[in-house]
Design a protein around this ligand. Structure first.
Ligand code: ZN
Length: 136
């Protein structure tokens, strides 16, 4: 069994990272802890920790990534919701058993070694949902 622990982050797709930081960091006052390139997702991400969760500003670094296509279709705005789970394999197999459409059938691994997978919005009432495995 796997359970969901918390909202890990809410990701917001932006068309201008510096301008977005002026609003989120300088005006709202949420400190940006890190700016990172994510080559495998063709994106640059700003991490703004907020309590137990984070706001992530995601900016496409290419014109043909999933993120870039998303922005050209829908414009900037909330891109995905990330839930932290304690056992990603178990959660993915539960989702598959329930015929939930997944973008990643198997866990992917990010640069920091964290395992993640995306659920297709078609199966999640229009919301792109990311699952992050809790780092013990
Ligand atoms: Zn995310």
């Amino acid at each position: 069994m796997s359970s969901i622990k918390k909202i890990h982050h809410v990701a917001i797709a932006v068309t201008d990272l510096q301008q977005a930081l002026v609003f989120w960091q300088d005006i709202l006052g949420i400190e940006n802890s890190e700016l990172r390139d994510i080559p495998q997702e063709e994106a640059q991400v700003a991490f703004l920790p907020l309590g137990e969760s984070e706001i992530e500003l995601v900016f496409p670094t290419s014109n043909d990534s999933g993120l870039a296509k998303y922005i050209s279709k829908r414009g900037a705005g909330i891109h995905h919701l990330c839930l932290e789970v304690d056992n990603l394999e178990a959660m993915l197999s539960r989702l598959k058993q329930n015929n939930i459409r997944l973008i990643n059938e198997e866990p992917r691994v990010d640069q920091s070694g964290r395992r993640y997978a995306f659920i297709h919005p078609e199966s999640a009432f229009g919301v792109l949902v990311e699952l992050y495995e809790k780092i013990p």
